[in-house]
Design a protein around this ligand. Structure first.
Ligand code: GLV
Ligand code: MN
Ligand code: MN
Length: 409
């Protein structure tokens, strides 16, 4: 193990127990809940240790500055507005998620700063480490909520009113109404580079520790609410039932089939049932469809087809269907010039991904790139997600080279 891999392990072990569920081995690090708040405190401690002042944006996102923190108004000096180079990721997890999705980008960013400093490199523009809030949307339903707020991609009032399963609003969890778009802060950044664990097997197949991202598939979340008639499981004749569970089951199968037909991805990984009793026909079933495809038209066709099939089945079952789009992320093509430059610099493969990231939101506002670190299991959003310390060290070296390239010349 290299010295850097050892330093990675040391820092990694500081956060490894935070929010870990002993039974599943996965993480419960929902945005603005105690484990995630502890990680945000750790972020401030790490920034402090490195003499990096931390600023917020009033939306729950944190920024640690190596170089001058923001003053009022966009920075206009120097080439490319003289802006800062932003890196980092998120701390929050999906339910029972893996350790690396998010935190790897933040830990690697602090270690990349250490590497540059140890090499005596001085940036000519600030390097900023970010921790974005609610990237997974696991608590308030909208993924990349922090970066959407910062960039104005979601209205601050809508975000403020999003509620978690216990009825707590995002504004309540944050302690105030989110500030919303901050063009002055965004104007301080010349580029964003997010390092992330790979969430599939492409790097295992390519036999490479690090890749550069080319694109993110367009994707979104749709809530299917199916209402029928709650009734007795023992006394209600089969012919008399209006059972939304049947419509739901058909919809899940239809989503799978329509996605396969198109080479797209459709998942129903979350549902709720009322009244949720073994001996009662459900009155309401709600399921969330996550749909993704390489092309926007394919995604659109997929969702239309699933909705049409669900509606047709609802007619046959005597149930009612309401479909609500909860979030949508368009196709993201990362800055081609930047991706090619980084791929050349790192001699790394270039890959598209079906996973969403804050980098996908920021890409519409500033030159953005992503680095992926090999995941030997290829599994993510699960406790089985993995990365070796040596590959994480390779990720840190790659990120440090990228930061040097973008911020030090
Ligand atoms: C985030 O990880 C997503 O792709 O849903
Ligand atoms: Mn994720
Ligand atoms: Mn992530």
């Amino acid at each position: 193990m290299s010295g850097l891999a050892g330093r990675f392990r040391e820092l990694w072990d500081e956060i490894a127990p935070v929010g870990r569920d002993a039974d599943s081995g996965g993480y419960l690090r929902y945005a603005l809940t105690p484990p995630e708040l502890r990680l945000r405190e750790w972020f401030r401690e790490q920034a402090d240790l490195r003499g990096m002042p931390v600023s917020g944006d009033g939306n729950g996102n944190l920024f640690a500055w190596w170089g001058d923190p923001p003053t009022d108004g966009p920075n206009t000096d120097g080439p490319n507005t003289g802006g800062a180079v932003l890196t980092g990721s998120h701390f929050d997890s999906v339910p029972h998620g893996g350790a690396y999705d998010g935190p790897l980008g933040i830990v690697s960013a602090f270690l990349a700063v250490d590497e540059l400093r140890a090499a005596g490199v001085t940036p000519v523009r600030p390097v900023v480490v970010a921790a974005f809030v609610e990237e997974e949307g696991a608590r308030f339903g909208v993924p990349c909520l922090g970066s959407r707020l910062l960039t104005g991609e979601i209205d601050a009032d809508r975000a403020a009113g999003l509620r978690d399963a216990a009825g707590v609003s995002f504004a309540e969890a944050l302690g105030h109404r989110p500030a919303g778009a901050d063009p002055a802060l965004l104007g301080r950044f010349a580029a964003f580079v997010e390092l992330h664990v790979e969430q599939g097997r492409a790097l295992v197949d390519a036999d490479a520790p690090v890749a550069v991202a080319s694109a993110i598939w367009p994707h979104g979340r749709w809530r299917f609410e199916l209402r029928g008639e709650g009734n007795h499981a023992g006394t209600t004749r089969m012919a008399d039932r209006r059972d939304p569970m049947l419509t739901f089951a058909f919809t899940v199968l239809a989503a799978n089939k329509e996605a396969r037909l198109r080479g797209a991805h459709a998942t129903v990984g979350r549902m709720s049932v009322e009244p949720n009793a073994t001996n009662a026909i459900a009155s309401t079933v709600t399921g969330w469809l996550d749909a993704r495809a390489a092309e926007p038209d394919t995604l659109h066709g997929l969702v239309e087809a699933v909705q049409a099939k669900a509606a047709e089945r609802a007619r046959r079952d005597g149930t009612e269907l309401t479909v609500t789009r909860e979030s949508a992320t368009p196709l993201v093509t990362f800055d081609g010039g930047l991706a090619d430059r980084l791929a050349g610099l790192l001699a790394a493969p270039v890959l598209p991904t079906g996973a969403g990231h804050d980098a996908g939101v920021l890409a519409a506002h500033l030159p953005t790139a992503m680095l992926f670190v090999r995941n030997p299991t290829g599994v993510s959003h699960s406790p089985a997600e993995a990365a070796t310390d040596d590959d994480c060290a390779a990720g840190v070296v790659a990120l440090a080279r990228v930061l040097e390239e973008l911020a030090c010349h």
